[in-house]
Design a protein around this ligand. Structure first.
Ligand SMILES: Nc1ncnc2c1ncn2[C@@H]1O[C@H](COP(=O)(O)OP(=O)(O)OP(=O)(O)O)[C@@H](O)[C@H]1O
Length: 607
């Protein structure tokens, strides 16, 4: 049973939770587990919370949002605690070894949270004291033209291969691609398409917005459905009943986006050959559509796919392809049971169709597994080794056997690999490979009550037209929308508490340019493709560099330029510096003065 909860607040928890867990487990021999608020975006996710192993743990580390949610389920067992001295730990930890005293542990044990603190926790406000800066920094700024307004659209260097037909794709598919305006494959597509066509299982890693979706869709459509190499007669097409590809994505929005991409390629005649199975929508209607349309591809969220599969309405045993998009997120606790079912049932029946022309696999017919993400922690490499067969790591300009990838990165990259933590969940590949090359990163320091106004001034100064602003808490998110609207800036909120219909409507308005600023949370950080988005603002800092990379990647897509501005309070600047170090990118200070965007020239430290 959990004896107490160690309450940390965003954005700090992401940086130190592993250290704290490791420290307490080793030193005190206590079992500990970790809760992160981003796991609890939807109601159904909340229902999964007891599955994270609370009953077996004595310590739970998390931020105040996730812990508050957990308390709904285990109110009697929980003893909320916070460590006001945590700031000392942070300082000490940077300077020297972690000790019990540095955690404020012994001195604080037995002290209940004060009433004041409780109220602050209820409001989702930090219970931490920030270290007071001893040195005053004087920063000078110079005006900088970022040019979000007139971006040159594409960088030619992004495209290496000359045509899609060179990649061995069937003429009908190439024709459809050209019709939709796709002429030249991106680097990651040039590397992934031939590898998948050769029946290899793969982990595709490439930075956000580099075209990973087509990188796996094209070789699948080259082998199944109406555009494939060996054309089916219309009778054969009509009589086909088997699902041949299952694509799993962690959010409804991403699932629906993938469906749109497949529909675009299939064209109006065959678009019913793909079926979405996402949560939040009417399940029986989805089941009816499966029966009526007999799709060859289904795309959905883990919960809904597992649910319909368990009800016996989705036959996937002879399925040839299993795609796990945003695989590192799909490995999270909240998806564990559903993912287990999917991995066990998709393409696992002996006697399933042979995979392409690879006769060596003929005696072991089974699915081809494709895993995709911009961020690939070692946990993904480990999972790929157990779920996939001799998988390859496919990146923009390399295809490497996965077995040669060590926790410090693939052989050709190991020298530059960055480690973002001490557990096996750290980023195996260099973190800067997750970020598009054309992004400019800045931070702006202001007081909490001025953050929304800073956002408004930032949008004006950069003349940004399509802005995604990230926050961590839904309530604050709504307040921010009201404040912006009150200042005549068209804004809208997008988060998991809204219905599927409301979420789709808001996204459509944003895509159509009716909404200038979309204020959202981690829900929109992954996969969302809005090419027009020219500015990402962190109105609250992300929990770690992986979350930073996915948030930042909503702009600067496919070679476009993009700007990321993190608006933070003075005591949070050390988090920005940490992100800068971990991601290996410069994040410069900036100001918005008289409608101008000013970038800090230098930082002088005054004693
Ligand atoms: N070869 C291409 N030519 C032109 N546009 C392309 C090409 N490939 C993909 N795109 C477009 O590029 C955009 C980004 O692609 P996609 O969403 O697949 O990126 P991603 O790498 O999956 O990003 P993320 O990691 O954020 O999910 C999409 O709008 C897609 O339609």
């Amino acid at each position: 049973m959990v004896e107490f909860i160690y309450v940390l607040t965003a954005p700090f928890v992401g940086f130190i939770e592993k250290d704290i867990l490791a420290f307490l487990e080793i030193l005190l021999s206590w079992r500990a587990c970790y809760a992160q608020r981003t796991y609890y975006l939807t109601k159904s996710d909340q229902e999964m919370i007891p599955a994270i192993g609370l009953a077996r743990s004595r310590i739970l580390v998390g931020d105040n949002v996730s812990l508050r949610m957990l308390s709904q389920f285990q109110t009697t067992a929980l003893f909320h605690r916070s460590f006001p001295n945590f700031c000392n730990f942070t300082r000490d930890h940077e300077a020297g070894p972690l000790t019990i005293a540095s955690l404020g542990f012994q001195s604080e044990t037995g002290t209940m949270t004060s009433g004041n603190e409780k109220n602050r926790m209820k409001e989702g406000i930090s219970t931490m004291e920030f270290p007071k800066s001893k040195k005053k920094k004087v920063i000078s700024y110079k005006e900088k033209s970022i040019g979000t307004k007139n971006n040159p659209d594409f960088q030619s260097a992004l495209f290496a291969a000359k045509s899609f037909s060179e990649l061995g794709l069937p003429p009908l598919l190439v024709e459809r691609l050209e019709k939709e305006g796709f002429e030249v494959p991106t680097d990651v597509q040039a590397a992934a398409v031939p590898t998948i066509l050769k029946d290899h299982d793969v982990v595709i890693q490439s930075y956000t917005g580099s075209g990973k979706t087509l990188a796996y869709l094209l070789p699948i459509l080259a082998e199944i459905g109406p555009l494939k190499n060996d054309l089916l007669t219309s009778d054969e097409l009509k009589n086909k009943t088997d699902i041949e590809a299952v694509i799993v994505a962690p959010s409804r929005e991403l699932g629906m986006q993938i469906v749109r991409e497949v529909e675009k390629l299939l064209g109006p005649l065959y678009k019913k050959m793909v079926q979405q199975l996402v949560g939040g929508a009417n399940r029986s209607r989805q089941e009816e559509a499966l029966k009526k349309n007999k799709p060859v591809i289904v795309v959905g969220t883990p919960g809904r796919i597992a649910e319909i599969s368990a009800a016996g309405k989705l036959q996937t045993h002879s399925c040839r392809y299993l795609v796990l998009d945003e695989v590192d997120q799909l490995l999270g606790f909240n998806f564990r049971e559903d993912m287990h079912r999917i991995l066990e049932h998709v393409g696992r029946r002996s006697g399933a169709g042979q995979r392409g022309s690879d006769k060596s696999r003929g005696t072991h017919p089974e699915r081809q597994t494709i895993m995709v993400s911009a961020t690939v922690p070692f946990s993904v490499i480990r999972a790929a080794r157990s779920w996939a067969r001799d998988p390859f790591l496919v990146q923009a300009k390399s295809v490497t056997p996965l077995e040669s990838v060590s926790p410090s990165g693939p052989p050709n990259l190991s020298g530059t690999a960055s480690s973002l933590g001490s557990s096996s969940n750290f980023q195996t590949l260099p973190a800067d490979q997750s970020l598009p090359p054309n992004l400019n990163h800045y931070f702006h320091v202001t007081r909490i009550q001025h953050k929304v106004d800073a956002l408004r001034r930032c949008v004006h100064a950069l003349e940004a037209r399509s802005v995604i602003a990230f926050m961590n808490h839904t309530k604050q998110l709504k307040d921010a929308v009201h404040k912006l609207e009150a200042r005549s800036m068209k804004a809208a909120e997008l988060h998991g508490d809204l219905s599927k219909l409301a979420r789709s409507t808001i996204l459509k308005k944003f895509r159509d340019g009716e909404v200038r600023v979309l204020i959202t949370n981690e829900l929109s950080a992954r996969g969302l493709d809005i090419p027009e988005c020219d500015l990402v603002v962190n109105l609250e800092l992300p929990t770690d560099s992986v979350h930073y990379a996915h948030r930042a990647g909503r702009t600067g897509r496919l070679g476009r330029k993009g700007t990321v501005v993190s608006i933070c309070e003075e005591p949070e600047v050390f988090v920005v510096k940490k992100l800068q170090k971990q991601l290996g990118i410069p994040i410069q200070g900036c100001e918005f003065t008289e409608g101008k965007f000013m970038v800090s020239e230098e930082e002088k430290v005054v004693k």
